[in-house]
Every structure is written in C-alpha cells, then in structure tokens.
Design a protein around this ligand. Structure first.
Ligand SMILES: Nc1ncnc2c1ncn2[C@@H]1O[C@H](COP(=O)(O)OP(=O)(O)OP(=O)(O)O)[C@@H](O)[C@H]1O
Ligand SMILES: [Zn+2]
Length: 823
C-alpha cells in the first residue's frame, strides 16, 4: 500500500516549500513514537524511513505521551495517522487525547509534536488521514503504543478534504514520488486553510428566563423592545440587527446577555460578497453535424455513467467549446458538477463569458483571486452551490461532491504540468479522478500531444474528430517565407518584405494583425564580435537578454540584472553588440514601419499588472488596436473575427532547443497561432518566417497537416525510445560544488542500475550527464533518467533504492515523473 520515501526536492521554484528536515538523519527506527504506518511494502518493513521522529526521552514519556495512554479508558482510545508537509510517503501515528475525540476526523489538520528535543521537538501541522482504535495499531508488528506522542490541537472545524480527495492525493504522491502531506498541502488553497473570507460572528437568542422576564413586565422599555426583537426573529440574530429593530444601542443587547435573558451563539459565516457580472444575451446555435456526432458519443457515456477519456481533436475554430457546453448542460441537468480546465492564459473574459452566458452558477478559479475569494469558491463548490468550475491546473482538485464530467481544453499545453512539488500533470490526475468517479473526461485540442494521440490509437482514449471549421470556413492559407534571402531581414529587420507588405495590405483593408514572436526583451543576446562569446549570467549557464527600457541585461532564469560592460569580460575588446530581436525591438520596428497603426505589445513584461491582459484583449476586440504583437500569450484560444493576418516572425526559436519535444512544440505553436485568423467570412492569411522552411514541424504546420506530423514524429519517438512509447522519470541533482554533484549523480545512477539488475526490473538508466542548463542560480546541475515501458517499474525501483540514497552534504535532488521540462 503506502511505500516509504524520503524524497528530496529542491529545484528553484520549490526550494522553499519542500526543504528537507534540517535535523541530521538518525538510524532507521520502525517503531519510533509517531511511527510510520506499517505499509505492507517489503521496503517499508525492513527499512525505517530516514526521517522518523526520534524516540522520546524518559522525561518526555513521564511528562505526557505515556500518561495519555494510561489514563484513557482502553475501549475509548483512538489513534490518528497524520501526514506532514515533508517528502515522506508515510503517515505518523499519534494518540488522540480524550478532549479532541469528537473533533478529530480524516481530512482535518492538526498540530503535532515532531522530532527530537524537549517536549517532543517542534510543533508541525499535518493532515489526519485515518482515525482508528488503538488496538488496531497495537496489533501492528513492532508498534509501541505506550510511546505514542499526543496530538496537540485540531485546527479545522470541518474536514478540508473528503475521503476521495485523500485517496487521490495519496495516488499522486505515489505516482509522482513525493510526500502525501506535500500533496495535501498543495491541493488545499492557503485561503481555505486559513478560513479566509469567513469570520466567527456572535449571534443572540432568547433564554427561558428572558422570555419569562418579558412576560412578567420586569424589563426596562429599551430592554423590552430588544428582547421582543430577539424573540420575533425566530433564529439567532446579530446585535446590530436587534439594535436597528428595537431602535436602541448594542449595549442593551449585551446587558440582556449579562442578566441571563439572552445567550450567545457563535457561527462561522461568509463575509465576502461578490458582484453579479452582467451577462450578455446569446443566441442558440445549431450544432454542426460533426459537433452533434461528437456530442452524441459523449452523451451516451454520460447517460451510461461510465468512465471514458475522449480525445476531441478539433481543428482551430471547429467549435470545441460548444461541444463542451452541451455536454456540461446534460451533467447539470443531473444535478452534477463539471470541471473545465483551461490554460491560465486562456482565463480571459471571453472564455469566462462563454460559460457565464450558458450557466447560472460558474466559479472561475484563476491566479489573481484573493485568498478570501478562492476560499469562498471552494466552500460554494463543496456545498454544491456551483454548477461549473472553470480554472487552471489546480482546479482539478475542486471539491465537487457530485462530479459529473471533467474537460481539459487545449490539453497540449505544458502548463497543465506543475513545475514544483507535487509535479503532477492535471491530465493524469483528471484521468484518475474520473475513473474513480465513473464519469467521462474530455481532452480537447487542435494539436493533441503525442501521448494523447497515441493513447487514442491504442484505444485507451476514444477519438472524436472535428475536421472542419464551423460555418464551412476554410483554414487559412499559410505562406512559409524563407528569410535567409530576404533583403530586409539581412539588413537586421525582424519583418521581411513579404510579411511587411501583407501587414500593410491587411491594415489598409480594415483588418487586424497578430504578430507572434516567442522571445521577450529587446535583444536576446549581447555578443562580442571579437571573440564570439555572449554575455552570460554570472549565476546561470544562460545568456543575458538586453532590456532596453530598463537599460539592463537580464537573466530570464533568475533575478540577476546588470549593466552592460564597455568591454567584453572574456577578451576585453570593445566590440559588444546587441543581437537578435525580442518583442520590445519588434514593437519599435513595427512602430517605425507602420507609424499610423495602433500597436499593443503583450508579453510577461508588459502585462505585469493583473487585468492588463484582459484590458488589451478587450481593446483588440473592439478594433481599437490594429496590430497586436507578443509572445505565446497571444497565440492561444483567441476568437476574433476581424483578424485577417497572422505573422509568425521567427518560427525557429524553439526548434534547436535540446529537447526531444522541440519539434512538437514548434508544430503546436505555429498551428495554434495560425488558427487565430480566418475565423469569419473576411478570411485570413498566415505568413511564417523561418530560416529552416524545410523542417518537418514547420512544413507540416504550414500545411495544416497534424496527421502527417504525428505520423512522422511518432516514428522518431519510437526510434529514440522516447515517450509515448516509454515513460521517463528525470532526476536532477544540484549543488554549489560541481564535482560533488557529479559524484552524487553517479552514485545514485549506479545504485539504481544495480538494483534494476538484481531485481530484474526492465528499467534503463540514461546518463548521468550535465543538464542542458548546466548551472542555475549558482548551482551546478546534473541529471539522469529512468526509462521504462511501465511507470510502475520505475516507481518500484525508485522506492526500493531511495532509502539507501546518500543524504546530507550540499547536493539536493528533484524527482520529476513524466517530465516536460528538459532544461
Ligand atoms: N454550431 C455553431 N454554429 C455557429 N457558430 C458556432 C457553432 N459552434 C461554434 N460556433 C462559433 O465558432 C467560433 C469558434 O468556436 P470555438 O472557439 O469553440 O472553436 P475552437 O474549436 O475552440 O477553436 P480554437 O481551438 O481555435 O480555440 C466561436 O465564435 C463560436 O461561437
Ligand atoms: Zn541567472
């Protein structure tokens, strides 16, 4: 069942979150107080977790833990299994003191003593995952109930997660090789834990003496009025309500309480209020034949209450959203709830409006919510007050009690995978959740991942296709421009002659233009003409990007910023040049070339303020902007009928990344951005500038040839033994001392390799080798990968060897199951 782990995980993003226990590891100890659950895994039984809390001292036992055990009546004693926010799979068992018996329940958080030290070490917060009779625990091999430590406090008034979510979070911890408590901590939003947006309010109700006193006429005039108001309300009321009803001060209510005529009741109440959003009317559409056929298949699964994953492959503008909405309609009619996951960037007013127009009760979970808002949504969802949850990745954990359907739109987006612990992919979690709930999952995309496409070919997913755009609109013609011979590009311009003529024509014609360039900043490199070196970040193996607006060279991998030196730090020559074009430089060029056009730039630098993204898109929609240029922020999901031209300024930016998915990403981006035009009878065209026009990803994207692309690409993946044919688990090691990191990488890889051989597990170890970014934030980085056909083999190997991994020193590691980020 539960395997034992002590996973280190310390990549940049999560270094703070999941730092290893600072205390030194101590000898394996299967029966320490608060000892791990017996797990049934052989590894678990033989090897204690590395970070069990130490045994208590005699004083500690005398002081508390042992007493609680002795005092409680035998039949009453219960223990609780608690998981902490640490890279440990195990739960620790604690005794539940008598006074907390009624409060303790799985899914609530508790404070518990943990670790060595006076009075049982530090106090930690954990989630209760099980409550059971102490006898059951006492019967476990090696348990010592008399040594159990005691729970200090219960933190929550109600469980934060239900049994299903506990189970799902445990599955995530097992699959993604991290701690169960880490998953739970990240699943429940911070605001929910703090009960943000709720307050404990005091209400008053009459007592019998109070009623008698009123009848007996023994109250003052004001007290009489207040008492009558309290009684008339028929339910506990707030003091200010009484004050306004009885036209008295709140002091009168307090005095009634003091005299025993009224008593207080405390209730936790929502205090956040939300504005109602104005909803524009909408016209009922007639589904196309393709939409109807896809929908019929989905409805059959919904009516049969069966789990199935549907891959809805629909070309851009084929009306996938309409299919989602109709499927959700059905689910809502059953009184069930639907979850719709979209990439964060797609959480635009346009998306939200589409759902709000069609459903009464929609909760939108985006990253700009305050803790109070998020927590309010969470409670509304859990109470069944919400029909549809629309949100980014983490909305997959929405506490829907009657889940009926999950949809992942733009399933190819890599943001569905979390880049910090727990490193889950929302698609995998959704699959698991839907399977358990017996409900369908729909994955929609114009450019599905090779993983999903392959699953559909194998019959694990059911393929639904929308091959035509709605309204019989054609996909836009795409012209690939070889910029190697373009006279303007040779002069250093970003926009070549053909594209610039096309922009001019489109604007003169009253159309709008999208220009896509996936590099932010002004110039992506500062380069020495004398020695050929680029200016590098002192802390990372990354070249600095020139940001002219700041007057500084900036590292896009860390916070480093600096001025540009006069002389090359390598050779001393005064020959430093800004090379290449980022979105800022593109903006300047476009302003020069099209001085009369209104231009907006959209990238993470220009869109720092919350809401600015929405604001620009609204202006664009109202045709107040002629040319919208930017990074992938503008490439996705937008549905603007007046866009008659899309220009891909440099199709090659992703192509040469040392990443086996470089081709797939290039294809997806070009196909998606090309799909933003030709969405009305005005038509549209696409120009793709490239220095590698023959590259299959570019050629296929220009031909709208997804099927051709996946056929080629799958063949390559097979030849390379790469996903979707194999599953990978990437282990990254990092530390300030290069030799130590390398040594540790070798030790770990060797240990895994030896164990794979001796246990006959079909897992290959690839590497170790330096990472593509060999140094990041002052740390040297090495990685290796475990590759297997079956991810269970990887898991099993990892969990066996993990307790033996050397710890301590300055080397940390990160485990990334099904990695997408290969830097
Ligand atoms: N049956 C229909 N009849 C008329 N218009 C429709 C129909 N279905 C969808 N539409 C409209 O077609 C447009 C494109 O639909 P939608 O945005 O859902 O496409 P999509 O498949 O999600 O495209 P993309 O992948 O490019 O985001 C929208 O404006 C939508 O309102
Ligand atoms: Zn850096």
């Amino acid at each position: 069942m539960v395997a034992r782990t002590a996973t280190l995980s310390t990549d940049a993003a999560d270094a703070k979150m999941d730092r290893m226990e600072p205390s030194p590891p101590h000898p394996p100890e299967a029966d320490a107080p608060g000892s791990p659950l017996e797990t049934g895994s052989s590894a678990g039984k033989e090897q204690g977790a590395l970070f069990d809390p130490p045994e208590p001292t005699a004083e500690e036992i005398a002081a508390g833990a042992a007493m609680a055990w002795e005092i409680a009546a035998a039949e009453d004693r219960v223990v609780a299994d608690v998981v902490l926010n640490k890279p440990l799979m195990d739960a620790y068992t604690y005794l539940v003191p008598e006074n907390l018996r009624d409060e303790i329940a799985p899914g609530r958080r508790v404070r518990v003593p943990f670790g060595r030290g006076p009075r049982g070490g530090r106090s930690e917060t954990g989630f209760v995952v099980a409550v059971r009779p102490v006898e059951e625990y006492a019967n476990e091999r090696g348990s010592k109930p008399e040594r159990l430590k005691t729970i200090d406090r219960v933190l929550d008034e109600a469980p934060l997660v239900d049994a299903k979510m506990l189970e799902l979070s445990r599955w995530i911890a097992e699959y993604y090789l991290c701690g169960w408590g880490q998953v739970l901590s990240s699943v429940v939003p911070a605001g929910v834990k703090r009960n943000a947006g709720t307050r404990e309010l005091v209400f008053y109700r009459p007592t019998e003496t109070g009623r008698a006193a009123l009848d007996a006429g023994s109250l003052t005039k004001k007290q009489r009025a207040a008492m009558a108001a309290i009684i008339d309300a028929g339910e506990p009321v707030r003091a200010d309500y009484v004050a306004s009803k009885a036209d008295c001060g709140v002091g009168v209510v307090t005095s009634l309480k003091h005299k025993g005529f009224a008593e207080q009741v405390r209730k936790r109440t929502d205090v956040t209020e939300f504005d109602d959003v104005a909803i524009e009317p909408w016209e009922e559409l007639v589904a196309t034949d393709e939409q109807q056929a896809a929908l019929d298949t989905i409805l059959a699964a919904l009516r049969g209450q069966e789990y199935a994953t549907f891959l809805l492959h629909g070309v851009t503008g084929s009306g996938k959203t309409e299919v989602y909405i109709r499927a959700i309609k059905e689910v809502v009619e059953y009184g069930r709830q639907a979850i719709v996951l979209v990439p964060e960037i797609a959480l635009t007013p346009q998306t939200i409006r589409r759902f709000r127009q069609r459903f009464e009760r929609v909760a939108v979970l985006h990253s700009h919510l305050s803790d109070a808002e998020r927590s309010k949504h969470w409670r509304d969802i859990a109470a069944g007050r919400v029909e549809v949850v629309v949100g980014a990745r983490s909305a997959i954990f929405a506490p829907c009690q009657h889940l009926g359907l999950v949809i992942i739109d733009e399933e190819h987006e890599s943001t569905f995978k979390q880049d910090s612990v727990p490193r889950y992919h929302a698609r995998e979690v959704a699959e698991k959740r839907c399977r358990e709930a017996g409900v369908p999952l729909i994955l929609g995309s114009a450019t599905p991942t090779l993983e999903s496409w392959h699953a559909a070919q194998e019959g694990r997913y059911r393929l639904l296709s929308l091959l035509r755009r709605v309204g019989k609109l054609p996909l836009p013609p795409v012209v690939t421009v070889d910029v190697r011979n373009d006279p303007q590009v040779r002069k250093g311009r970003a926009i070549g002659r053909q594209l610039s003529n096309a922009v001019k024509a489109a604007i003169e014609d009253g159309g709008q233009v999208i220009l896509f360039l996936n590099l932010r900043g002004f110039s992506p490199a500062v380069w020495c003409r004398a020695c050929g070196a680029s200016l590098m970040c002192p802390d990372c193996d990354v070249s600095l990007t020139w940001h002219r607006d700041k007057g500084r060279a900036v590292c896009h991998s860390c916070a480093h910023e600096q001025t540009v030196p006069r002389a090359c730090p390598g050779c001393g020559a005064h020959e430093l040049k800004y090379v290449g074009v980022g979105t800022q430089k593109l903006e300047e060029e476009v302003k020069q070339v099209f001085p009369d056009a209104t231009i907006a730039r959209m990238d993470s630098d220009s869109m720092r303020k919350p809401g600015s993204h929405d604001e620009v898109l609204t202006r664009f929609r109202h045709s107040e902007i002629d040319i919208l240029l930017g990074t992938q922020m503008i490439a996705k999901g937008l549905d603007f009928p007046n866009v008659t031209l899309v220009g891909v300024v440099d199709a090659d930016t992703q192509l040469h990344q040392p990443d086996p998915r470089a081709g797939e990403r290039t294809f997806q981006l070009i196909a998606q951005v090309a799909g933003r035009t030709g969405r009305s009878s005005r038509g549209g065209r696409v120009y793709v500038q490239s220095s590698n026009p023959a590259e299959p990803a570019i050629r296929r994207a220009a031909g709208h040839d997804y099927l051709g692309f996946v056929a080629d690409e799958l063949r390559d993946r097979w030849d390379m033994s790469y996903p979707p044919y194999r599953r990978l688990c990437r282990v990254i090691l990092r530390g300030p001392d290069e030799a130590a990191v390398k040594r540790r990488a070798n030790e770990m890889a060797n240990a895994l390799s030896a164990a794979a051989k001796s246990r006959n597990l079909p897992v290959q170890i690839l590497g170790p080798a330096p990472c593509a970014v060999a140094r990041l934030q002052k740390n040297w980085r090495f990685h290796f990968q475990l590759s297997a056909e079956n991810p269970a083999d990887v898991r099993s190997l990892w969990r066996t060897v993990e307790p033996e991994f050397p710890t301590g020193g300055d080397v940390d590691f990160v485990v990334d199951m099904d990695p997408l980020n290969m830097r």
